[in-house]
Design a protein around this ligand. Structure first.
Ligand code: 6PG
Length: 474
């Protein structure tokens, strides 16, 4: 039995786990790491030379190396693996030990695990971590949920390793239960929406604007210096100038146009449908990933389904770039807005008591959806912490009103040239729907009553009505 006892244990020494341990160690925390995979363990051990970190591949030794009451962090893929790891840990842990699930687990799984482990007097928290490899190493945005007393035990470590904006740590206890994983799910839903919008802008600029990769790099770099300044716009600018080691051309042109997904975007859409809070930009982003995955079918149907010629060079491509900048800003705002509206509803339904301003505050640094426009969104919640939807904030609404002309132009061009831009369309349609005093839903009610006697309400008197529609009487 060894003497050194470590403050934290980390299970899962893949890229994220390994980098987070190194980050923790930079801030003076001692950590024991565990991974069954020998190659991951070896690579971890190589990187941990002369640090107060140790790697284990025997779970008993690993647990025995931790200070009591223990804090064991998990950074393993979401799903069954989390349950398997917990099952292996359970007999080795003692009352009062705390497990932190730092992966992208579904919030319902997190709630169940909390409940089950509480029966064994084991503590459990679901902690969303965003920022990828670099974030984990140098400061991620951290989204914890669970009991206050558990958070207190790890708050100083989480604050130390998190990203900082104006010296403020990008971490705070978001609420009870699985609220941390809920917020991370919505973060990812927004991530899907923003990425789809950027991809659509790229499509229009490349095919209709005929911009080459260097020009695309220029455009995105310029946007990143303006009101679109954000992590995703910044990395997009970089991507266009990355060389391909295998062919010497640009890597972007060698990557198969088939988008993968691990499910968090679809979970956001499913949740939004269940809570009846529309998030159409996010829904569209999920569908577009699904459509992109079917490239064989796309090639086949492309031979039959003809559209307008889309290879036209627009002489006014500077105008297109300008329109797209404003349109993207508009669409980004609506996407953040849809995600925040879902959080508002979820917080009420599940009694998470999430403070939207705090969420935005911790998304300003470290995470994938960090962006300068989050300051404007944060101001909305400072003005009204109970705001149901940021489009109801007068100041922010003015920004949308100003930006609508450009997004309309962009959508027109997408239609004219046959470029699919459904996320922009969804954003604009959301805006137009939300501002509509009247919607044609009266017709839907009439149809429902016609074929199913589902009844309807009237706009001139109280009550619920049903009509024997003309054709029914024949
Ligand atoms: C983050 C990312 C991270 C991961 C996504 C990718 O916040 O750091 O969201 O969690 O990159 O889960 O998700 P997809 O594989 O579904 O695109």
């Amino acid at each position: 039995m060894q003497d050194q006892k470590y403050e934290y244990g980390m299970i899962g020494l893949g890229t994220m786990g390994c980098n987070l341990v190194l980050n923790m160690n930079d801030h003076g925390f001692s950590v024991a790491g565990f991974d069954k995979d020998k190659s991951k363990l070896e690579s971890f051990i190589k990187q941990t030379d002369k640090r107060s970190i140790q790697g284990f591949n025997n779970v008993n030794d690993f647990i025995a190396s931790l200070q009591k009451p223990r804090v064991v962090m998990l950074l393993v893929p979401a799903g069954l693996i989390v349950d398997e790891v917990i099952a292996e840990l359970k007999p080795l842990l003692e009352e009062g030990d705390l497990i932190l699930d730092c992966g992208n687990s579904h919030f319902i799984d997190t709630a169940l695990r909390m409940e089950q482990l509480a029966k064994d007097k084991l503590n459990f928290m679901g902690i969303g971590i965003s920022g990828g490899e670099t974030g984990a190493r140098h400061g991620p945005s951290i989204m914890p949920g669970g009991l206050k007393e558990n958070y207190k035990r790890v708050a100083s470590m989480l604050e130390a390793v998190s990203a900082k904006v104006n010296n403020e740590p990008c971490v705070t206890l978001l609420g009870p239960g699985p609220s941390g994983h809920y917020v991370k799910m919505v973060h990812n839903g927004i991530e899907y929406g923003l990425m789809q919008l950027i991809a659509e802008a790229y499509h229009l600029l490349k095919i209709v604007g005929q911009l080459d990769n260097d020009e695309l790099h220029e455009v995105f770099s310029k946007w990143n210096d303006g009101k679109l300044s954000s992590y995703l716009i910044g990395i997009t600018a970089d991507i266009f100038i990355q060389e391909d080691n295998l062919t010497g051309t640009r890597l972007i042109d060698m990557i198969l146009d088939n988008a993968g997904q691990k499910g968090t975007g679809a979970w956001t859409s499913e949740e939004a449908m269940a809570l009846q809070i529309p998030v159409p930009v996010i829904d569209t982003a999920v569908s577009m990933r699904d459509l992109s995955a079917n490239e064989e079918d796309r090639i086949l149907t492309g031979k039959i389904l003809k559209g307008p010629k889309s290879g036209l060079k627009l002489p006014e491509h500077m105008e297109l770039v300008n329109e797209l900048e404003h349109a993207l800003y508009f669409a980004f705002l609506t996407t953040y807005g849809q995600g925040m509206a879902l959080l508002h509803a979820a917080s009420e339904k599940y009694k998470y008591d999430i403070k939207p301003e705090e969420v935005i505050k911790i998304w300003r640094g470290g995470c994938i959806i960090r962006a300068s426009m989050l300051e404007n969104i944060r101001s909305c919640f400072k003005r009204n912490p109970e705001l149901k939807n940021i489009i109801l904030d007068e100041k922010l609404a003015q920004e949308l009103v100003k930006g609508q002309n450009e997004i309309r132009e962009v959508v027109k061009k997408s239609v004219e040239y046959g470029i699919p831009m459904p996320a922009f369309m969804a954003s604009l349609a959301y805006y137009d729907t939300c501002r509509s005093k009247w919607l044609p839903a009266n017709l839907i009610q009439a149809q429902r009553d016609y074929f199913g006697a589902h009844t309807y309400k009237r706009n001139d008197r109280e009550g619920v009505f049903h009509t024997q529609w003309l054709v029914n009487q024949e």
